[in-house]
Design a protein around this ligand. Sequence first.
Ligand SMILES: [Zn+2]
Length: 360
Amino acid sequence: MSMSLDKQYVDQVRFMLIGFEWEREFVANFRCPLCGDSQKSAKKRRGYFYPDRKENVLRFKCHNCSEQSGWSFQFWLKSFNPAMYQEYQLELFKESGSSPKRTLHNDDNKLVAPRASTTARVGAIKSVRRLPDALSSNFTLIRDLPVEHEARIYMEGRRFPEWAYELFGYVDNYRDLVSALGIGSDLDDDGEFLKKVPNDRRIIIPLLSETMQLMGIQGRAMDKNATLRYATAKTNPDHNKTFGLHRLDRKKPIIVVEGPFDSTFLPNCVATADSNLLKFDGDVYIPDNQYRNRQICEGIEKIIASGKKICLFPPNVLWKDINDMVTKGGMSQGDLLRLVAGNIFQGMKAKLRWADLRKV
Ligand SMILES: [Zn+2]
């Protein structure tokens, strides 16, 4: 390990750190993602990476909270972003030339120990919450489907992270589920609403609030010829179709994408299920990589005009969305994060980049 490898990895996660800036070659300043820095001031940046030249590593400290202060970057990365940490491990054994297995199994021994506070523990990553039983008892979780079930085969084909199988469900009859959950009943329209709900086999995408309240469900048709590929039923007509609120950590930058399935491949990511990504107030926006689609182009222009950060994929990325980058492009989560991190633009730079991409 070395400060320069640490620095290389800092550069790969910096897009997730608000207000990030290298102040000197090995000193970086940013808004502390652990304590959120300051509730009152959006400008305060009290998180730092600084060099420990004796151990040849970067260390972390925050002048607001003492959480993880003195941790080596590697330790810090392990809790901040486990996927990137795995990539870092791979890099380490490439460097050392030792066998991957041995290095990975003993990785904890190789970490440079925290120096200051030893009471801080790994565990800053908020775990994915399980669906409330009152909801999931109405359908079958993908996890519980037999391995040969078509919905399970379909989902596995999309190579979701393991935990996603506990967040999505399946029903034979979508209309029955909407009726059982009582969604739309407040419309009091003599069952007219329900009649329009497709009564077919669907994958269930639950839409939960940050406090795990049911805001609605979305059903993705299993039948390729279904007239409505995605059907949405909301508990309140005013709710947005946002997916992933229940796994958000407000202290960290929030990534916004369009597809609920796509959102599971990125950390702290929500999906608007709508090509107008600005419906959700996030930090980094990743529109689908379909720069010839008019709706998507309009969305991109709105995001750029809003001054928000946007990920614009380079022309050599051929896949239309994040899920395809994983399934067809064979990208790991680390590859994906690197790609996103390397292609974030804002303001004038975003305008210029977009103008270039539109010429391709
Ligand atoms: Zn802090």
